[in-house]
Design a protein around this ligand. Sequence first.
Ligand code: PA5
Length: 473
Amino acid sequence: MKQERRKPIRVDFNNMRAEFIGKEGISARELNKVKPAALAAAEAYNAGRGNGMMGWTELPYNQDETVKDILKTAKEISEKFDNFVVLGIGGSALGPFAVFNALCHLRHNDLSKRRRNNAPRFFVEDNVDPERMSALLDVIDVKKTAFNVITKSGSTSETMSQYLIISDILKKKVGEKWNEHIIATTDSENGNLIKLARENNFKTFFIPSGVGGRFSELCPVGLLPAAVLGIDVYALLDGAKYTDGSAREAGGDIFKNAALMSAATQYIAIKKGKNISVMMPYADSLKYMADWYCQLWGESLGKENDLDGNKVYAGQTPVKALGVTDQHSQVQLYTEGPFDKVVTIIGVEKYRKTFKIANGCEEYPNVNFLCGHTLNELITNERIATEYALAKAQRLNRTIIMPSVNAYTVGQLIMFFQIETAYLGAMLNIDAFNQPGVEEGKNATYALFGRKGYEAKKAEIESAPKKSRRFII
Ligand code: PA5
């Protein structure tokens, strides 16, 4: 890869500072006060590497053989199939979709196969809306489609119901070789999917232990779809390696470790009542990175109890926004509404395309001033203007600067947010890697379906107060 594509992402924290935005901002004193907690979080990250649920820290280093298998399989898939469909939800879907949008043509599925560099069309089905399933089947020919069933637990109702529907259709339409259309990505030992994979001889990839759903984009969950799409998976992993290596080396020095400065400033912001974290990329390609971030941030940090069993109700509500689109929607609230947010802007220094604004409208100076400039200048100036407007209104904001959007910088970005999340989890003294709140909803669904073993949960649901018809109007 060319040297210029190997540039590091940077984070500008100036608009988080009291010196810049006034009393709502973070003072030097506040920053100094959290330094010991930040240092402890960095030490915990370095010491915990690879242990327990921190297996994701090792993914840039320990997947040589897996990546070879992924690349070989991806080539076969591209040659054989016109469509590649991910069946999964949450951490088993958001990463693949975010990386697809970041690194493929923004209208990938509308291009001819040649213009897609022979990659199949790509779909991520992360819902069980019957209309959506029906719509998918209207636009794909299952005989020309590979389905990547992704579920770590191998038992998630949404994914398994999709599996049941698709495998039934494949058996009817493809016959004996239906199993060649399914690739299972799951735990190597636990769950139903691995049993089905063995029974039916599906090609399988494994989600390593210690890699939770929302931390799994850099294992086969994300790498296989990326490789099928022709994305440079080595560059993705190298980007992640760079960020992890820098964080590890810089350790507890918040002025050298951007992920730690991020966690420390978010920690202070939360204590100052900033309970909302807005993620606002100024690039359509990164729109779904904001969705991925929302799950990572929300599910990891939203916790009732701390590690000592105290009720803490921790967390910061993630909100996605898109620059410049949401300047005409949400930014009014961000600049004049409650002082309860930190806005993270993602700026891109060099977009992959340059688009000139054509000359014209000479008699209309209010329009003509745009002529001769580029959309690149417009989107960049609007970003800078939003940063300025937020700062002027004393709203905390920081900017992540991506030199350009490519596999290397996207790998960095993914790792950056994962490390920031781990650091902040440690500073908040919570378990950032479990999701008991999600489990409760899953169990209630099983109970509503009368699944064996969930009788007590069903009784609990049935004993809840009945809804009043008066309030259904
Ligand atoms: O981050 C998580 O652990 C969750 O969001 C899971 O990814 C999601 O619930 C899907 O689980 P599974 O991959 O087991 O089907």
